[in-house]
Design a protein around this ligand. Structure first.
Ligand SMILES: *Cc1c(COP(=O)(O)O)cnc(C)c1O
Length: 359
């Protein structure tokens, strides 16, 4: 039975995108970021398809455990680290690598049994002011870790960019300089760049890069699409036409009656809405593909449905025809602009009602 709404996942495209990342960052290892259910694409299947990655990164412990349960044996990095004794023990038993960004996490590491072994990445706050130690606190944290028997030495050196997609490189160059000043003489592997960082700042590639979005075939840079970067969109969000009707000029369509037909209009109704993660903020006029051709939304997105103006469609839509909300032929970057958000939010926002299927 075919589901009404599906997110079909192109694993060949995933692997292609990993190879594009490797072309952009030759000689560095790739920590594939698969947090938030692999940006909505399905954690286990994506990690399995990306088996050639050198490591995986997730935000939280439970995501790491799901990866192990999916049979992933590669290194797994917890980007936020752990926050209590129980999490620490579970993480060490699972062999996870931990980002350490607050002093409390160093105190937690002190409670490990002397025989335990743990790989850690010490995170510098180089200017984003989210996670990490700043300046002298970073140096003190680094020194404290040297004396902890369970911590493998040298510790990894880690930071994150807050603005690497900006046209003005100033913020990232300042973050890079801060990182170099804080870590210059220290041993240990370096990991700095997210997708935008590895594209825009060759000097930030370090020993490891940490791409997320690029792997899914989506551009992190403004006014560009994954295709412009040689990537292939991995997810196609798709539904079907469930009604076709004509409305007279002057009739209004959808909740609130905010859209009025200016002419006799042929309307297709498709079974997808904000209950599936297709955002309500994508307003009338936004494009969808009906039978492979673009047509604009008419009226508001409802929970389970959208209306589409197909008056100008060359081939009259029929019940059951596929409707694509985003995919290789309709970049999610473009739909994100319609919704006033970033493609990240659309991808990881698809709901439980959507069947995620490998192809
Ligand atoms: C999510 C995340 C990434 C990946 O970012 P992209 O922009 O998707 O490449 C890298 N590092 C950290 C710390 C993250 O939280």
């Amino acid at each position: 039975m075919m589901p009404m709404v599906s997110a079909s996942i192109d694993t060949v495209a995933l692997r292609h995108n990993l190879s594009v990342v490797r072309d952009h960052a030759p000689g560095t290892r790739v920590m594939a970021v698969v947090k938030a259910n692999a940006y909505g694409h399905g954690l286990g299947p994506v990690a399995t398809a990306l088996g050639e990655a050198d490591a995986f990164a997730v935000a939280r412990l439970d995501e790491g455990l799901l990866l192990r349960a999916a049979g992933i044996l590669k290194p797994i990095v917890l980007l936020e680290g752990v926050f209590d004794r129980e999490q620490l023990e579970v993480a060490v038993a699972a062999g996870f690598e931990l980002v350490v960004h607050v002093p409390e996490q160093i105190e937690l590491l002190r409670t490990l049994a002397p025989g335990a072994r743990c790989t850690v990445w010490l995170k510098l706050d180089s200017g984003m002011n989210r996670l990490g130690f700043k300046g002298r606190a970073f140096a003190l944290a680094w020194a404290a870790l040297q004396d902890l028997a369970p911590v493998r030495l040298p510790v990894g050196l880690f930071t994150h960019f807050g603005n690497a997609d900006a046209r003005d490189p100033g913020d990232t160059l300042a973050q890079l300089q801060c990182f170099q000043e804080a870590t210059g003489l220290l041993g240990g592997e370096r990991c700095l760049a997210n997708s935008a960082g590895l594209l825009n700042f060759p000097a930030a590639r370090g020993d490891w890069v940490r791409p997320g979005l690029l792997l899914y075939g989506v551009s992190p840079l403004p006014d560009s699409t994954g295709a412009d970067l040689g990537l292939r969109a991995v997810m196609t969000l798709q539904s079907r036409v469930i009604a076709v009707k004509d409305v007279a000029a002057g009739e209004r369509v959808g909740y609130g009656g905010t859209w009025t037909a200016t002419r006799r209009t042929r309307l297709a109704v498709a079974a997808v809405g904000y209950g599936d993660g297709y955002p309500r903020s994508v307003g009338a006029g936004a494009p969808v593909l009906v039978g492979g051709a673009r047509a604009p939304l008419a009226g508001r997105v409802s929970m389970d449905m959208i209306g589409i103006d197909v008056t100008d469609a060359k081939i009259a839509p029929r019940l059951g025809d596929p409707v694509v909300l985003w995919g290789p032929q309709l970049p999610v970057e473009e739909i994100a602009r319609w919704a006033g958000t970033v493609p990240y939010e659309l991808l990881c926002g698809i709901s439980q009602r959507v069947a995620v299927e490998l192809r």
